[in-house]
Ligand binder design. Structure first.
Ligand code: SF4
Length: 224
């Protein structure tokens, strides 16, 4: 991480948002006993909204009770099943490829064995899977494996840059690394969820509601 970051601002954000959102619990819709479920759900979520992601995932699970069934379905059939998630051909191909790799590596359609490894090994393995980027890895580690990770999506990126955690040119992956380097594991999930909530409710992409923002006093967007 070569860019200049302001880690003290991270704790200003976490403290202020915890005081208003109090979100320290695991959202029930996030997190799966089988981390492979979380990985496939997160792949389906790429470039679409939560409703379309959930619609595609629920259809997938109802048509194919086991991941083996999905692997054997083939790309064309799977493409039709996950069409509501968008980029269906790409996502279906990735899912089939990933299932094959995981079965070859672990002898089963499961990531439970991987979840017993050290976080750095888990991160390296997941990151090497086709079409799996830093945010997807962090989501699976945080929500499905209960490991230290701080996913950075469009909301976390926007709020972090505006407040002054990192310069505007910083990549989400670098912002994620900064959060992971300073935020205690116990605050990662709540912090991640709270910043997303704040991005949706107050710090909108267009017309942020700065007059009613608890971060206004320390926000570079207003004070620079
Ligand atoms: S003060 Fe405005 S720009 Fe800064 S975090 Fe709050 S809503 Fe966003």
């Amino acid at each position: 991480m070569k860019v200049k970051m302001n880690s003290s601002k991270i704790f200003l954000i976490l403290d202020a948002l915890e005081a208003i959102y109090h979100n320290e619990t695991r959202p029930p819709e996030l997190g799966h006993d089988e981390p492979l479920d979380g990985l496939i759900l997160t792949i389906l979520s790429q470039n679409t909204n939560d409703n379309n992601r959930d619609s595609a995932f629920n259809k997938l699970k109802s048509l194919y009770p086991e991941w083996r069934d999905v692997a054997e379905a083939g790309v064309k059939e799977l493409e039709n099943t996950v069409r509501t998630a968008g980029l269906a051909h790409t996502k279906a191909g990735r899912i089939i490829n990933i299932l094959k790799i995981i079965h070859e590596d672990f002898g089963e359609y499961s990531l439970k064995k991987l979840a017993t490894e050290r976080p750095e090994i888990v991160r390296e393995y997941l990151r090497a899977l086709p079409g799996v980027g830093a945010k997807t890895v962090a989501c699976v580690m945080l929500f499905d494996m209960k490991m230290p990770a701080f996913p950075v999506d469009t909301h976390v990126t926007r709020v972090s840059k505006r407040v002054g955690v990192a310069p505007s040119s910083t990549s989400p992956e670098d912002i994620s690394q900064l959060y992971e380097s300073v935020v205690p594991v116990s605050r990662c999930l709540g912090g991640h969820v709270n910043i997303i909530a704040h991005g949706r409710a107050v710090c909108h992409a267009k017309n942020p509601d700065c007059k009613h923002c608890v971060l206004a006093q320390d926000c570079d967007f207003l004070n620079s």
